[in-house]
Design a protein around this ligand. Structure first.
Ligand code: 5RP
Length: 265
C-alpha cells in the first residue's frame, strides 16, 4: 500500500484497529435534518470523542474551524434529494482538486446496488477510486439502500460490500443485520464499519447491535442519528467510545451512559 494511503488510513483507524466516525452529511439529500439544523453547534461537544467526521464540503467550510485537527471524511457523492424522483441517481459532486484542497483524510461515496442507477453509481465509485488512489486518498464506499430499509439483510449487504471492495474501496460502510452479520464481514476483504440508520428506541439497543457487529468483525461505526438525535448526545458518544475502544460490554456502556446523563454537556 502506498505511503499516502497508509498514512491517511492511520489517521482514521486507531492503533487498536477500531474506529468511531461521526457522520453529519445527512443534509446533502434531506436538508436540515432534525438536530442537525446547525451542524456546527451539534458537533461542538461531540468532536473530542470522534475519531473522524464525515460531511460535505459546504458544511466543512461553514461549520468546522480550519485549524481543527479532526480527520475529515468528505462526502463527495450526491445530486438527488428526498423530494426528487430517485435517491439512487447520484454522481460525484466534488472534484479531486477540491478534495485535496480541503485536506480530506478520506472520501465517501454511495453505491446503490439493485437500484435503477446501480450501474451509474458503481462506475462513479470506480472513477473516484482511480482519481483518489493517484493522490493517496482512501475511498470509503457507502452501501446505500435509500428508502428501502428492509433490504438490510446479510445476503444483500454481503453482495454490496464485496462489490464495493472489488471496485477498490479501502473501507466499506454498511448496515448491521442481526442474522449472519459475520457473513457480510467474511465476504469483504477490506474493513467494514456500520451505520446506525434511523434512531432506535433505546440506548441499550444501540449498544447491543454495535457490540454484536464488533464481535462479528466490524472495525467500528459511522454513527449519526443515534448519537446526535439522542437526548444525551455526549453521554451517548462517550459510551460508544468505551464500547469500541475500551471493550466495554453493552451493559457496562449503558451504566456509563446513565452516569454521564447527569453531567451537563
Ligand atoms: C447518509 C449517510 C450517513 O452518514 C450514514 O447513514 C450514517 O448515519 P446514520 O447512523 O444516521 O444512519 O451515509 O447518507
Amino acid at each position: 500500500m502506498v505511503w499516502g494511503i497508509r498514512n491517511r488510513l492511520a489517521q482514521l483507524i486507531q492503533k487498536d484497529g477500531r474506529v468511531l466516525f461521526l457522520p453529519i452529511d445527512h443534509g446533502y439529500f434531506q436538508g436540515p435534518t432534525h438536530k442537525l439544523e446547525k451542524p456546527g453547534e451539534t458537533i461542538k461537544p461531540l468532536l473530542p470523542y470522534a475519531d473522524a467526521i464525515m460531511l460535505t464540503r459546504g458544511i466543512l467550510r461553514t461549520c468546522v474551524d480550519p485549524i481543527s485537527k479532526k480527520p475529515i471524511i468528505l462526502r463527495v457523492s450526491g445530486g438527488s434529494s428526498v423530494v426528487g424522483d430517485d435517491l439512487s441517481n447520484e454522481d460525484q459532486i466534488t472534484s479531486i482538486r477540491e478534495i485535496i484542497r480541503l485536506n480530506a483524510s478520506a472520501v465517501s461515496m454511495s453505491i446503490f446496488i439493485g437500484s435503477k442507477y446501480e450501474h451509474q453509481t458503481l462506475i462513479n465509485l470506480a472513477k473516484l477510486v482511480d482519481e483518489c488512489e493517484d493522490y493517496g486518498i482512501p475511498v470509503m464506499a457507502v452501501t446505500a439502500v435509500g428508502r428501502e430499509l428492509e433490504k438490510r439483510k446479510a445476503r444483500f449487504l454481503a453482495l454490496c460490500c464485496r462489490i464495493a471492495a472489488e471496485i477498490g474501496a479501502r473501507v466499506v460502510k454498511t448496515y448491521y443485520c442481526p442474522e449472519n452479520f459475520h457473513k457480510v464481514v467474511e465476504g469483504c476483504p477490506v474493513p467494514i464499519v456500520i451505520a446506525g440508520g434511523p434512531r432506535v428506541d433505546s440506548e441499550i439497543e444501540v449498544f447491543n447491535f454495535i457490540y454484536d457487529a464488533l464481535q462479528n468483525g466490524a472495525i467500528g461505526v459511522n454513527l449519526g442519528r443515534n448519537v446526535w438525535q439522542s437526548q444525551y448526545p455526549v453521554a451517548m458518544i462517550r459510551s460508544l467510545r468505551a464500547l469500541i475502544h475500551e471493550n466495554y460490554t453493552p451493559k457496562e456502556a449503558h451504566n456509563l451512559f446513565n452516569k454521564n446523563k447527569t453531567v451537563k454537556d
